[in-house]
Design a protein around this ligand. Structure first.
Ligand SMILES: *[C@@H]1O[C@H](CO)[C@@H](O)[C@H](O)[C@H]1NC(C)=O
Ligand SMILES: *[C@@H]1O[C@H](CO)[C@@H](O)[C@H](O)[C@H]1NC(C)=O
Length: 271
């Protein structure tokens, strides 16, 4: 029984994970391969034995650098394929790029068909408590995104205190962010449980105050299937089942997909 339960949760976890290629040497064929993997994450034979063939089980997004957006959009164009292309404009992960450049790149990426933008904040604004400036920065990201979804990366490993994490979360949500994301995965401190809980409580407080549901994305250093299940249950505990959908919950851990695939293979074949 326990094993069946676990396989079901692992399959669910797949639908919250995006596949990423953010390498210095990305090429068009790299990107196409990634898009193929995103569409056919779990082999059909395995899905058949789990009775999941018709459930449209796919990973939830494809992340590429802005240069490769057009290739990814093209590669994902297929009947029935709803996987969005996501991108992070210049400034990822350091947040040291001029705001104007970042905004221009967001606009260009959106024109090219990106429907999700992950953008880092200027950490100094949080560390020095410049709330209005932070709010203004994120409002401008939001405006540049237009209809595309904005995910604000708080890079919490560099914010110092948990009170900073809470404040930055609130400001990001007030400024129109659709998601708040823990980390770029490149900081020396990545996703931690205390930070995750503070952000989840901020999301809950924001929902109680405004009625708006904002999404949560733990990322950085989530490597095992156990980590991903822990994230799932944390969100379930703090926010409830209604948050367990790709519009409100993502796990930033593309390396995890192969681990989960292995586990599912093992579950089905016993090998
Ligand atoms: C980040 O904020 C600080 C403090 O206001 C500012 O001095 C710095 O120029 C900002 N960095 C960028 C890249 O805009
Ligand atoms: C944070 O995540 C990155 C990428 O997964 C990894 O290289 C780094 O070692 C992690 N840091 C910690 C402290 O786990």
């Amino acid at each position: 029984m326990k094993k069946v339960w676990q396989a079901a949760w692992l399959l669910k976890a797949i639908t919250f994970i995006g596949l990423t290629t953010l390498s210095d040497d990305d090429t068009s064929s790299n990107v196409q391969r990634l898009c193929y993997k995103a569409k056919y994450t779990i082999r059909e034979a395995l899905l058949k034995s789990l009775n999941m063939c018709d459930k449209g089980l796919m990973t939830t997004a494809v992340y590429v650098y802005p240069t490769w957006v057009c290739d990814a959009v093209k590669a994902l164009k297929a009947p029935g394929c709803t996987i969005p292309v996501a991108s992070m404009p210049t400034g990822f992960p350091a947040g040291q790029t001029h705001l104007k450049t970042v905004l221009e790149e967001i606009i260009l990426a959106v024109e090219n068909g990106v429907t999700e933008i992950d953008v880092v904040i200027n950490r100094t604004l949080v560390q020095t408590d410049q709330r209005e400036a932070l709010c203004d920065e994120i409002c401008q990201f939001h405006k540049a995104c237009g209809e595309s979804h904005l995910k604000v990366i708080l890079a919490t490993g560099e914010l110092g205190f948990l009170t900073h994490v809470y404040k930055a979360s609130m400001i990001a949500m007030m400024a129109g962010s659709d998601f708040i994301k823990i980390s770029t995965g490149k900081e020396t401190v990545n996703a931690t449980f205390p930070v995750a809980i503070v952000m989840l409580r901020a999301i809950r407080d924001f929902f109680w105050k405004t009625g708006n549901k904002v999404g949560f994305k733990p990322a950085g250093g989530i490597r095992s299937d156990k980590d991903s299940l822990a994230c799932l249950s944390l969100v379930k505990e703090e926010l409830g089942d209604e948050w367990l959908m790709p519009e409100l919950f993502r796990i930033g851990a593309s390396t995890l997909v192969s681990d989960i695939k292995r586990q599912i293979y093992h579950h089905v074949t016993g090998r």
